[in-house]
Design a protein around this ligand. Structure first.
Ligand SMILES: CC(C)(COP(=O)(O)OP(=O)(O)OC[C@H]1O[C@@H](n2cnc3c(N)ncnc32)[C@H](O)[C@@H]1OP(=O)(O)O)[C@@H](O)C(=O)NCCC(=O)NCCS
Length: 157
């Protein structure tokens, strides 16, 4: 679903095999949720993530380190979005916005977090437009890019 010109296309971290490996782990997590966008029979977008459990490692490598109170997870505090992709020929039509709005509606009162490459202008712009703020950076795997960590605080807290 990535366009051939995107940096993701050439990095082994984004290979099909590695993607499926990571997905297996995420799918096993309590609170895993997948949202898809379809156009007739065609899958044109997806978004998935899970609820961070108590003691989640999500925040453990963030630089600069965040206050303990901020990173303390209860199992119902934070939804982590692992990935969000819209088919290259279907972008800028509000599909990501609609999938994200559906996710928020399904988790009232929770905060949301995700990571983004600093050079990923479309995604970064979308997240900032939706109210996310950058809280730090981290490299989750030795061969992964360095990502910005973003958080959208719940409007109910
Ligand atoms: C990021 C992505 C999911 C956005 O999907 P989308 O359906 O095109 O997004 P939307 O149409 O809902 O746009 C939402 C907002 O994002 C911003 N945005 C989206 N694409 C943009 C671009 N190319 N340049 C600047 N801003 C952009 C805009 O603010 C837009 O709102 P607007 O159209 O009202 O101005 C899509 O570009 C994508 O799949 N990229 C490749 C995969 C990827 O990088 N995923 C994110 C991993 S962190």
């Amino acid at each position: 679903m990535y366009g051939a010109q995107e940096p993701q296309a050439s990095n082994p971290f984004y290979s099909r095999e590695r993607f499926l490996q990571r997905l297996d782990g995420y799918r096993a997590a309590p609170g895993y949720q997948l949202i898809v966008a379809r156009e007739n029979d065609r899958l044109v977008g997806f978004l998935y993530g899970y609820v961070l459990p108590p003691g989640a490692r999500w925040w453990s490598k963030v630089e600069p380190p965040l206050p303990e109170e901020f990173t303390r997870e209860s199992g119902d505090r934070t939804f982590a979005i692992n990935d969000m992709v819209v088919a290259a020929d279907r972008r800028r039509r509000g599909i990501a916005r609609a999938m994200h709005a559906e996710l928020l509606a399904a988790h009232p009162g929770m905060r949301f977090t995700l990571t983004v490459r600093p050079d990923n202008t479309p995604a970064r712009s979308a997240y900032q437009r939706w109210g996310y703020r950058i809280v730090g950076r981290q490299q989750p795997y030795p061969d992964s890019p360095v990502f910005e960590m973003m958080v959208l605080e719940s409007s109910a807290t």
